[in-house]
Ligand binder design. Sequence first.
Ligand code: DSN
Length: 433
Amino acid sequence: MSNAAHDPMMNLSLRKVDPELDAIFVKEAVRQRDHIELIASENYTYAAVREAQGSILTNKYAEGLPGKRYYAGCDYVDEAENLARSRALQLFVGSEHVNVQPHSGASANTATFTAAMSPGDPFVAMSLDQGGHLSHGASVNISGKWFKPTFYGVRAEDGLVDWDAVQRAVDEAKPKVVIAGASAYPRVLDFEKFAAIAHAAGAKLMVDMAHISGVVAAGLHPSPFPHADYVTTTTHKTLRGPRGGMIFARTDEAAAIDRAVFPGNQGGPLMHVIAAKAVAYKLALQPEFRAYMQRTLDNAKALAAALAARGFGVITGGTDIHLILCDVTPLGVTGKEATAALEAVGVTINKNSIPGETRSPMVTSGVRYGTPAATTRGMGLAEMEQIAQWSVEAIAAREDSAKLEQIRREVVKVAQRFPVPGNDAAELAARES
Ligand code: DSN
């Protein structure tokens, strides 16, 4: 009996099985087509990555590591995971060991914490409101509940890492781990200097390169290797792979990291996602990826300059990477108001705290822009200038719905000139309600 005869639902398309959900996909595809995506942590992944991520590898359980699984039938998923591992090590020159199983950046961080520390142990990290990440010790996160963070930040006068504060935090806390890495820091992080401070205090250096892993892979940001003892990352931001995480470690920390991922923090790895990571790493090794990353950084510099020219308070005066942090109070708005005005015209950014922040995280004085997604669509310097102009116009017109609608139509026209990978424009137009 064929599977279709046994259960006719097995081989039907999403459109046939679940029109309600399919209609949501169409709406999201239209949103992606008609909006300009400038959230610094987002990107559009490759067709080949989506193919691997939607593949039959989702059917397989494979607890353990290649060659050492708890289930039979893992020969081929072992091959896929080994490809992901060897390509990751090739991509990040100087790395020694990698675990490609973490489901996300936050779970990679939690696993690393549990490998490197015991509950109650002290560590040092950049505070969330100065550019750090939730999983680096925020009181609402497991990292802040189970471990003991002491924070450093950036200097109020120039927005750059406050090295005196880093040293002070290390002297006071006597940490097991120092974390370097941020979600809203637009400049190069000096990993060598972080390593010198951490190691002199007998601490391990953990670098969270989630935002910049694509920039590092392309050789356009100094590498955390060989300075860091642990390096965590997501795989879907500048690296442009599937949504997920991974952890690099020195050889002598390899077993502890592997145990912390499984069985410490996770059960079965997502083999379809691991296969998709392998595809993304292969593509990141190509010269086209380096060229893409260079265009992303060129766009970010151009956008920072164009925003500054229109009155945005660009923190640190510019950017070295793919993201820009701005104080919007010189324009007479909060981060929340600026984000809402831009969303109304189809330009998607996020509100963000800025150094010396006085407002709550739900309001903020700043916004964050990023260029990885728009650059993947093919946008360039002219579009960056245009985005800055729309930004200032939308903020000025935030109470004027007719003007906002006029800008939104201009945004849609430009956005549709740059197709979203995976969106078939003709099919989408036909299905749009
Ligand atoms: N949520 C991501 C960001 O936007 O930076 C970090 O995980």
